[in-house]
Design a binder for this molecule. Structure first.
Ligand code: S3P
Length: 182
């Protein structure tokens, strides 16, 4: 299932901002009894400030450097559901830092749904600031969709709750996970 038919030691949920990665990751971690690691939270803890402050101080380059360092730190931990930010999967070389016993799942979402879901916390997504984020969402999603397509599994989150998405993923991966003793 990981391409090389290896048992799965970690899962990574990818997809655009607002796809529900963190909510699904938390639920899926609970279902599997695995640790959920949200990469942006790791970065914020290390930097001792919020993602939007990192963007303001260090620009996107500084944030991407921190994203890479955080990925390296956790890359080989087993039994982890990792939820990185929406740009992570499109950064050259970054997904490959995780071992080949990693399975990726693309949570698909439409640009309209992204804008609707993110309207509750405007200002927290530095790449989408501005009064009309829809054109930026469309452009960024278009740039990234070829990367997201590389994921091992995909699920449309449009009309599904995080509970339904996590249950679907559990059903697909459960038979292929590393055993508790390994
Ligand atoms: C980003 C997505 C954000 C966060 C940062 C950059 C992106 O995470 O990592 O603002 O490049 O799409 P979410 O996808 O969790 O919103």
């Amino acid at each position: 299932m990981t391409g090389g038919e290896r048992a799965i030691a970690r899962l990574v949920l990818v997809g655009f901002m607002g796809a529900g990665k963190s909510s699904v990751g938390r639920l899926l971690g609970d279902r599997l009894g695995w640790r959920h690691i949200d990469l942006d939270e790791e970065i914020e803890r290390e930097a001792e400030c919020a993602i939007h402050e990192i963007f303001a101080r260090e620009g996107e380059d500084g944030f991407r450097r921190r994203e890479r360092e955080a990925t390296r730190r956790i890359a080989h931990l087993p039994r982890v559901v990792l939820t990185p930010g929406g740009g992570w999967f499109a950064q050259p070389g970054l997904p490959a830092l995780l071992g080949r016993d990693t399975l990726s799942v693309w949570l698909q979402v439409s640009p309209e749904r992204v804008v609707h879901r993110l309207s509750d916390d405007p200002g927290l997504r530095p790449l989408l600031s501005g009064s009309d984020p829809l054109p930026s969402v469309r452009r960024l999603l278009e740039d990234r969709v070829a990367s997201y397509r590389q994921a091992d599994l995909k699920i449309d989150t449009e009309r599904r709750t995080p509970e339904e998405v996590s249950a679907w993923i559990e059903g697909r991966v459960r038979p292929h996970l590393i055993s508790d003793s390994s």
